[in-house]
Design a protein. Structure first.
Length: 279
């Protein structure tokens, strides 16, 4: 099997993304032949607490916006990215991002490509972005785009345009929608409930917890049935911590988010959610 040269930049990237030590990152990349995601799993299997695992690493700086249509049936979240916070905090850049968001809502766009083709005052957004790039001198672009259609969509922007959340509900519930959106911003769930967690995520977590159990000296020689049962318990703990409805409600830790929604309306359901954040 061919070996990959592990560079200082590779090690630093893994270190920045996980919070693990430099030597541990070097070892992880060496053991996994430079595979970044496999190196993250290697660190976790060794019992290290990894800081960043899910989707907040794509955009370094920029402006994140989330907005709904007037009837709250559609919500759009997007990120106009740039290279420095100096640009992202500039009032003109924020206003430019807001003009793109308004165009997205007004034209009912469903994708980045569709949005780039929309015109603002006669000029396509793709061309306006290129003009802005030339004038600012930084690489900018619409790096993230999410859309939800539901009976009621709530939107929430957190941390001076550093994160945006959309929540699709089965019925109108403005206050509950905002509460759930704030929950998603704070706790970053991977799915609505255990049944909606992607199969590959379940398999990945199961493999990690199984290897963790087998690495425990106290489990040496224990039957596979016992290891499997313990792994199932750990997987259930993962679901409780990382799926929206099972999480403890941040505004009242005595109940879950699912219990909170039932207290608002027994039939109220979360259809889907999207969380867009800067890395």
């Amino acid at each position: 099997m061919s070996t990959v040269t592990i560079t200082a930049a590779d090690i630093n990237k893994l270190r920045q993304s996980t919070g693990a030590g430099m030597m541990d990152c070097r070892k992880a990349l060496t053991e996994t032949n430079g595979d970044f995601e496999a190196a993250i799993d290697w660190l976790r299997k060794k019992g290290q607490k990894v800081a960043a695992l899910r989707g907040d690493r794509d955009a370094k700086e920029g402006v994140v916006l989330a907005k709904t249509t007037a009837d709250n049936r559609t919500g759009i979240a997007l990120c106009l990215s740039c290279e420095t916070d100096f640009v992202s905090k500039n009032a003109d850049f924020v206003a430019f991002a807001q003009s793109i968001m308004n165009a997205a809502i007004d034209n009912n766009v469903k994708s980045v490509d569709e949005l780039n083709a929309v015109a603002i005052n006669g000029a396509k957004i793709a061309d306006l972005v290129n003009d802005k790039l030339a004038s600012i001198g930084e690489k900018i672009g619409i790096s993230k785009f999410e859309r939800i259609d539901a009976e009621y969509v709530a939107s929430y922007i957190h941390g001076a345009n550093r994160m945006g959340v959309l929540v699709g509900l089965s019925a109108e519930a403005a206050e509950a929608g905002k509460d759930v959106a704030m929950q998603i911003a704070a706790m970053n769930p991977v799915a609505v409930d255990a049944n909606s967690v992607a199969p590959e995520v379940v398999e990945r977590e199961k493999a990690i917890v199984t290897d963790q159990i087998k690495a425990d000296p106290k489990m040496a020689g224990k039957p596979e049935e016992m290891i499997s049962k313990i792994a199932e318990g750990k997987l259930n703990a993962f679901f409780k911590e990382n799926t929206l409805l099972a999480q403890a409600f941040v505004k009242d830790g005595s109940k879950s988010v699912g219990d909170y929604l039932k207290s608002v309306n027994g039939d109220l359901e979360v259809i889907s959610f999207k969380r867009v954040a800067l890395g």
